[in-house]
Design a protein around this ligand. Structure first.
Ligand SMILES: Cc1cc2nc3c(=O)[nH]c(=O)nc-3n(C[C@H](O)[C@H](O)[C@H](O)COP(=O)(O)OP(=O)(O)OC[C@H]3O[C@@H](n4cnc5c(N)ncnc54)[C@H](O)[C@@H]3O)c2cc1C
Ligand SMILES: *[C@@H]1O[C@H](CO)[C@@H](O)[C@H](O)[C@H]1NC(C)=O
Ligand SMILES: *[C@@H]1O[C@H](CO)[C@@H](O)[C@H](O)[C@H]1NC(C)=O
Ligand SMILES: *[C@@H]1O[C@H](CO)[C@@H](O)[C@H](O)[C@H]1NC(C)=O
Ligand SMILES: *[C@@H]1O[C@H](CO)[C@@H](O)[C@H](O)[C@H]1NC(C)=O
Ligand SMILES: *[C@@H]1O[C@H](CO)[C@@H](O)[C@H](O)[C@H]1NC(C)=O
Ligand SMILES: *[C@@H]1O[C@H](CO)[C@@H](O)[C@H](O)[C@H]1NC(C)=O
Length: 541
């Protein structure tokens, strides 16, 4: 690893600068650039090689490269004054130092998958720290641990694990281009969720650069901050440079089954029934449901289809009897199943052909970029059939034509981990997570508005059927609709708790560790934990 923790400061005094918060001006970023050049550590790569402004011809391609959502790939999308692509820790330290001196906000981007673009969009002058070049991964097979730099993707991690061992795995997400920087700091789940819980449950150490520019590890940051960054969102607390995780064991053979069912095959009753059993399956078995609207094969009408996607940690001869016992109504048959490896089961879930070369895991930028808006809910009591019928009616509206709803069963390990173990609070008592997404392909604000309104309507429709007080959401499925901090000025803890309790329930209160580690609320965004003392400071000013 290039990053070794030490508590030593940069060769200049950070502490003094904390109070010299200058007002951003038109040339703030010119001064900021001068500061970067003057203060950077010249012993290795000069920082000038990793700084991009709108004058550099590669600025746009660098900015756009990992933007996932076409909603934020428009001329009207706010753009950073500067992008820095650090090659070493000191580059990040320089950015943190100089941004405070010159009133620039910092946004940190690892994989760029934030649903609302918070890792690369701000409405005040800002710099993006793009960690794409800090992405080395080293695996210790004997100890079954790995150090992973924050700019790595989960696809790169899976590729490396599969290269190293046929029986090690990691319980993170499915889409290979997701970055570990954002993903692990918000939870991170995938096909191993019921067996092993979340990615964040397996983080055992981390390297983080705080507001003072110190590079801290678990020991030097302390247990409260280490707790906070495993599910509380990294962006409130500093810049995470690397994670150390505990890998998990997986069998060399796993079975994936895809069972497509249409309305004519009792889809509504099947999905309804699924709610009563899916969280109680053996923890080696997970069956998620993808509901979507498709064109009917005849008559030109639309219809709904459900794909029951199962993964069993073992061979097909284990999968079928277990499924027949736990969910006979599905009528799973062997020809719907394929035996493969854990890593190929992930590929399959990411909608690649199961035999695709494993190098597709290394692709960081999606081939086709879509416009989308997504939301999340937790379901604690089975929904009645009429709820599904209502959803299907909404699917048949024009804007619902390219919508999908994913139902992810909990239970198993998720119910065994206490709610306060890490900030991610959605554990026992949740049957499943439900996440709708609506896609569209046409430019224009009117089209966007129609589709966003459609998913908001769906969200209102679901109100009686999902978790209440608070209506829970998953921070990694970022949704600004549930509440946001003020763009300028002070947001109180009470105001922030409107969105904060939805993401963190009562764990929100313990995230006040923010006040201790970033008292002036330098690391902030529309959904960052507020610092209590930033209020005191503003009052005193
Ligand atoms: C196509 C797609 C598929 C997905 N699939 C899954 C899935 O299967 N399972 C799942 O759990 N989630 C999934 N997600 C959601 C995903 O986990 C979140 O979007 C996650 O936050 C992405 O991390 P990132 O590094 O790519 O994002 P970024 O946009 O880079 O960052 C997200 C947030 O984290 C902050 N951040 C990023 N890196 C750092 C860092 N190093 N230090 C401090 N703060 C940081 C950013 O500032 C931002 O606030 C998916 C998202 C997409 C778009
Ligand atoms: C690094 O080099 C730049 C340009 O040559 C210089 O201005 C700056 O003072 C140097 N930084 C340090 C910390 O010596
Ligand atoms: C971007 O342009 C500036 C001058 O405009 C230059 O100093 C810098 O090195 C360029 N960045 C890169 C990465 O080439
Ligand atoms: C960018 O280019 C403009 C016009 O050429 C110039 O005035 C400005 O100083 C440049 N900015 C940087 C940061 O190099
Ligand atoms: C649908 O359900 C009905 C009654 O519950 C049952 O009689 C019928 O066989 C089912 N059809 C299919 C295709 O499973
Ligand atoms: C479904 O039908 C509509 C209207 O006929 C068409 O525009 C659309 O492309 C079709 N979608 C798919 C996925 O075939
Ligand atoms: C298509 O939908 C229309 C209106 O709901 C209905 O009258 C027609 O029978 C449907 N066609 C088919 C083939 O289902």
């Amino acid at each position: 690893m290039k990053t070794t923790p030490s508590s030593s400061l940069l060769p200049f005094a950070f502490v003094l600068l904390m109070s010299l918060h200058s007002i951003a001006s038109a040339d703030a970023h010119e001064n900021f650039l001068q500061c970067l050049l003057q203060n950077s550590d010249n012993s290795t790569t000069s920082i000038s090689k990793v700084i991009y402004t709108q004058n550099n011809s590669s600025y746009s391609s660098i900015l756009d490269f990992t933007i996932q959502n076409r909603r934020f790939l428009t001329a009207a999308t706010p753009k950073p004054q500067v992008i820095v692509k650090p090659l070493q820790v000191s580059h990040i330290q320089s950015v943190i130092f100089c941004s405070q001196l010159h009133g620039m906000q910092v946004r940190v981007r690892s994989g760029g998958h934030d649903y609302e673009g918070l890792s690369y969009i701000s409405h005040v002058p800002y710099v993006v720290i793009d960690l794409i070049n800090l992405r080395s991964i080293s695996i210790d097979v004997e100890k079954t641990t790995a150090w992973i730099q924050a700019g790595a993707t989960i696809g790169e991690l899976y590729h490396k694990i599969a290269d190293t061992s046929g029986t090690l795995g990691f319980p993170a997400g499915v889409c290979p281009s997701v970055g570990v920087g954002g993903h692990f700091s918000g939870g991170g789940y995938g096909i191993l969720l019921r067996k092993y819980g979340l990615a964040a449950d397996h983080v055992v150490d981390a390297h983080l650069i705080d507001v003072k520019g110190r590079l801290l590890d678990r020991k030097s940051m302390g247990e409260d901050l280490f707790w906070a960054i495993r599910g509380g969102g990294g962006a409130s607390f500093g810049v995470i440079v690397a994670w150390k995780v505990e890998l998990v064991t997986v069998p060399s053979t796993v079975t994936v089954c895809s069972s497509l069912r249409s309305l004519k095959q009792n889809l509504t009753q099947l999905v309804h029934r699924w709610q009563f059993v899916a969280d109680k399956f053996d923890e080696d078995l997970i069956t998620g449901v993808f509901l979507s609207s498709v064109n009917a094969s005849t008559g030109g009408n639309r219809t709904v289809i459900a794909s029951f996607e199962s993964v069993f940690l073992g061979g097909v001869d284990g999968a079928i009897p277990l499924m027949q016992k736990s969910f006979p109504e599905l009528g799973l048959v062997e020809k719907e199943c394929t035996e493969t490896s854990w890593v190929r089961a992930v590929l399959h879930h990411a909608r690649f052909p199961i035999e695709a070369p494993l190098d597709v895991l290394l692709n960081r930028s999606p081939v086709t970029k879509r416009f989308y808006k997504a939301k999340s809910d937790y379901v604690r009591e089975p929904m009645p059939e009429i709820a599904f019928e209502g959803i299907f009616e909404l699917f048949n509206e024009k804007e619902g034509g390219n919508a999908e709803i994913m139902l992810v069963p909990y239970g198993g390990k998720m119910s065994e981990i206490p709610e306060s173990s890490i900030p991610f609070p959605h554990r026992a008592g949740n049957i499943y997570k439900m996440s709708p997404v609506v896609y569209w392909y046409e430019e224009g604000s009117e089209t966007a508005e129609r589709h966003i309104n459609w998913i908001r309507k769906l969200h209102s429709f679901l109100t009686p059927f999902v978790s209440k007080n608070p209506r829970a959401s998953y921070i990694n499925y970022r949704d600004i609709d549930i509440g946001a901090n003020k763009i300028r000025g002070y947001t109180s803890y009470k105001q922030a708790s409107i969105w904060g309790r939805k993401y963190f329930r009562n764990n929100f209160d313990r995230l006040v560790v923010k006040t201790m580690v970033d008292p002036h609320n330098f690391f902030r965004n529309e959904q960052s934990i507020p610092s209590l003392s930033s209020w005191r400071k503003q009052k005193d000013d």
